[in-house]
Design a protein around this ligand. Structure first.
Ligand SMILES: C[S@@+](CC[C@H](N)C(=O)[O-])C[C@H]1O[C@@H](n2cnc3c(N)ncnc32)[C@H](O)[C@@H]1O
Length: 458
């Protein structure tokens, strides 16, 4: 493979940042293939034999020896793991090392959803994640990935950062994983190299300021802002720390590092004190280029409580009466911790602890998905949704059937295939005990209900 050609202006920039000797190591590193890594979903037990080398700053992240054909592994379609670049998993270490309080989190630039699945796992039942993506088709992919992850604690929205203005001071944590010039992706992504220019860096930096100008105000008193990019230059990184501290009251947060991790800490002096950034260089860590900083809003900063909405009125969402909720819990074998809504005759469930937050959000944002969609009711029968199949919610009233790898792949291709010994009705298909979706046995034939738009084509 010929050496990767780098834009000359980028070479000068990196030489300045790293010095001669280290720049040589950097060039050598980006000419080597990147290492594939995955993060397991703790809520969906699965221990592949091929996940042996742990990523030091992550409890569930593993490097793989080679890149398998993920599409042909049914477990990935069941949400048992997510393919994620190792440096990004550092967010897990930030959350755990500071025991950052759970609550209502916002991932403002969330698609395709790697960091949202991480935040969703951290929050479990003690929080609500708003995963937002401004570009509509990307919001769809984000929804799909969170549905597969299955924790039911996320709301997917499709909004511009400007639309969040009525929610200033509402979030316990805001993550801005900003669109950037992508210098850290040069090894993996030739397009990032072709599109790079000093002018583009300045354009990205101006856009990041516009995003942060909104995002900074969304964090409640005592809450946290995480800002990250996959680029190395200071204009898109340290300059954003300066900008945030000029525009808003923030306190610095230092992240404890193990020196063997080789993550490079930078410091930024401001009138508010010394702030910190963390850089991942491919010649120092086994991951792609990444930068992240953590800032904390002072306790005295303004906070927006969700308040009590007396009569929840929404153009398309309807809340379900208490009586019907009790009946649903009894019928479905749920534990009573959920609150239900209907949308186009389909039932949705969210964690009751956060329903006030959810209702407030729903009045300001463009919802693409929330909680778990359960499906529709026809008289006494349920037409269960695919989302319910992939969620952690009980599905005890349905029979289930374990598939072999070949059968699971046929199911995921949405092909018809022979299954012996099924009772009539809805049957949950599982692979290594992980739910994959539904079939309906009509007696004379079995219909495959895997969503058409998700089917695999290999
Ligand atoms: C680095 S990617 C996010 C990756 C994602 N956080 C993950 O871990 O999977 C940046 C995202 O920002 C979105 N974006 C683009 N322009 C934006 C803007 N003006 N405001 C907010 N987000 C924007 C892009 O569509 C893209 O999905």
């Amino acid at each position: 493979m010929p050496d990767i050609q780098l834009p000359p202006a980028f070479e000068s920039q990196m030489l300045e940042l790293l010095g001669d000797a280290e720049f040589e190591q950097f060039k050598q590193a980006i000419n080597k293939p990147s290492r594939t890594s995955i993060r397991l979903n703790a809520a969906k037990p699965f221990s592949p034999s091929w996940a042996k080398s742990p990523i030091p700053w992550s409890q569930r992240g593993f490097f793989l020896e080679e890149r398998p054909s993920f599409t042909l592994d049914p477990a990935i379609h069941a949400g048992a793991y997510y393919v994620q670049e190792a440096s990004s998993m550092f967010i897990e270490h930030i959350l755990n090392s500071h025991a950052i309080p759970k609550g209502v989190y916002l991932d403002l630039s969330a698609a395709p959803g790697g960091k949202s699945t991480l935040l969703s796992s951290y929050l479990r039942n003690d929080g609500l994640l708003v995963a937002n993506e401004v570009i509509q088709p990307r919001a769809q992919i984000l929804k799909e990935n969170l549905v597969k992850w299955g924790l039911g604690n996320a709301v997917v929205t499709n909004n511009d950062p400007d639309h969040f203005e009525p929610l200033e001071g509402f979030f316990d944590l805001v993550l801005v994983d900003a669109p950037c010039s992508g210098e850290g992706m040069f090894r993996k992504d030739p397009q990032a190299r072709e599109e790079w220019s000093p002018d583009n860096v300045q354009l990205c930096s101006a856009r990041q300021k516009r995003i942060l100008d909104k995002a900074g105000a969304l964090v409640r008193g005592g809450g946290y802002l995480l800002y990250s990019t996959c680029t190395f230059n200071e204009s898109e990184n340290e300059d954003m720390i300066r900008f945030l501290t000029e525009e808003f009251a923030f306190e610095p947060v230092k992240v404890p590092l193990d020196p063997t991790w080789n993550i490079v800490e930078s410091s930024v002096e401001t009138p508010e004190g010394t702030f910190f950034g963390y850089r991942f260089f491919p010649h120092k860590v086994q991951g792609e280029g990444f930068f992240i900083t953590v800032l904390k809003r002072p306790e005295s900063a303004s906070t927006l409580e969700p308040g009590k909405i007396k009569d929840f009125k929404h153009p398309v969402l309807k809340s379900v009466s208490m009586n019907e909720e009790r009946a649903l819990d009894a019928e479905l074998g749920f534990d009573g911790t959920g609150k239900y809504y209907t949308l186009n005759d389909s039932y949705f469930r969210i964690n009751r602890d956060f329903f006030r937050h959810f209702e407030k959000l729903s009045l300001h944002l463009s919802l693409r998905y929330f909680g778990v969609e359960l499906g529709k009711k026809q008289k006494k029968d349920w037409i269960p949704s695919h989302e319910w199949a992939l969620s952690l919610l009980p599905k005890d009233q349905f029979q289930s059937h374990e598939l072999s790898t070949e059968q699971a792949l046929e199911f995921l291709r949405k092909n018809d295939f022979e299954i012996e010994g099924l009772l009539n009705g809805w049957v949950l298909m599982t692979y290594q005990d992980l739910p994959l979706g539904w079939v309906k046995n009509l007696g004379n034939r079995v219909n495959n209900y895997y969503p058409k738009e998700w089917r695999i084509r290999m």
